[in-house]
Ligand binder design. Sequence first.
Ligand SMILES: NC(=O)c1ccc[n+]([C@@H]2O[C@H](COP(=O)([O-])OP(=O)(O)OC[C@H]3O[C@@H](n4cnc5c(N)ncnc54)[C@H](O)[C@@H]3O)[C@@H](O)[C@H]2O)c1
Length: 471
Amino acid sequence: MNALGVSQYGQMTAGSYMYIGPQGIVHGTTITVLNAFRKIGKSPEGNLFVTAGLGGMSGAQPKAGNIAGCITVCAEVNPKITQLRLDQGWIDEKLTDLDKLVARVRLAKKNKETVSLAYLGNIVEVWEKFDVEDIHIDLGSDQTSLHNPWAGGYYPCDISFEDANIMMAENPVSFKEKVQETIRRHARAINNHTAKGTYFFDYGNAFLLEASRAGADIMAENGIDFRYQSYVQDIMGPMCFDYGFGPFRWVCTSGNPKDLEKTDIIACEVLEEIKKNSPPEIQQQMADNIQWIKGAQENDLVVGSQARILYADAEGRIKIAQAFNKAIKKGKIGPIVLGRDHHDVSGTDSPFRETSNIYDGSSFTADMAIQNVIGDSFRGATWVSIHNGGGVGWGEVINGGFGMLIDGSKAASKRLKSMLFWDVNNGIARRNWARNDEAIFAIKRAMKNEKKLIVTIPNKVNPSLFENLKN
Ligand SMILES: NC(=O)c1ccc[n+]([C@@H]2O[C@H](COP(=O)([O-])OP(=O)(O)OC[C@H]3O[C@@H](n4cnc5c(N)ncnc54)[C@H](O)[C@@H]3O)[C@@H](O)[C@H]2O)c1
């Protein structure tokens, strides 16, 4: 189908023509790192985040670590990619020797530096060396391309990058064995660190899935769940998506950087106004995004389209969009296209990532994305898209997206209010039915603010009742 050109592997926002370059992933990764440190009750200052991959998406990790204010060590086996990230300024220093890396990390910890260090080599070497040297890792993750382990997504240990590429092409069976052996070592080293207090999370790259397939010691005691949680289960789900916070985006169709600057100011004013009366549960998310939008021009992440991303809930998205519409009407800025990443509250059904914190058994259904695009189209989206792919792999996810052009008209104001309200609250309703406390809070709040919205609230049942029934 794909070869015939009648189907597409649209990945995430690219599938809905809302790809905005590296800005989206840098922002999302920053929010994840900030919230991960909050989850473990530590400040990023002087604390260590260890991960791997400096590729297309993974390359955002050290930059996000710097914006969050921690020490980041990121391993990458590909010399060209490592040099590119250094040249781009997305990493501060490149090291090729493990003893020097250990010394540099000790110094950074002592001085409480904000610094990103790339290690040119295999990530397993870093986890193992830090274990032997007793370097405490506060946060650990991985963003090698483990959704594609046999064709260059994950490189084995004890073999050079060049030789691994030859082996992959000429002896795929041995390559696969080497990869699986390395994943087992990788998991073992991580387990040693978590036993000493490291918080490890799966970063949506199928690390836990592939580790389990390789026979690594990665399963929980019940033999069904993994020993570690994914970043959506532990961080983004309960701290952002369940509250309705997700990656709202806009593109200035004029292509004029001055328009983008004006929209940044408008969005910041709107968020600051909303924050004054927001409940304590969402104050932190508001504060993070105000800080982001204030620094957005400095971070200099605009590539191509004059576009911006920030995390907002339905109220924030609607109020920002309405303020844009007024500014367009007054001729202060040109028309704008609204959209979002599909890694959001409601856009995606992805049981190994975005819907992984939906525990009512429905995470393997594709209702949310499909309902979303249908609802969005009736409520006035300029275009909608439904597509496959998106990091976790073909067939593992359904994505729904939209684009909405606003032109300063009354009709646009009506459309944006109706559609954005639905687009976010549809997902919160589903998360509420899954009995996620944060989503129950958010949907009750939405119903209070919009009397026409009626959503069934689940009755929570003590799980022990079911256990007793079985016995
Ligand atoms: N959580 C999220 O928000 C999110 C977003 C985007 C992508 N992802 C996932 O993250 C993964 C990476 O995405 P990408 O676009 O950066 O892919 P990529 O292939 O461009 O980059 C992965 C990098 O990891 C390096 N690598 C592989 N094995 C290694 C090893 N053992 N040690 C050190 N480096 C190694 C590769 O050389 C490559 O440069 C994918 O699985 C993707 O689905 C997650």
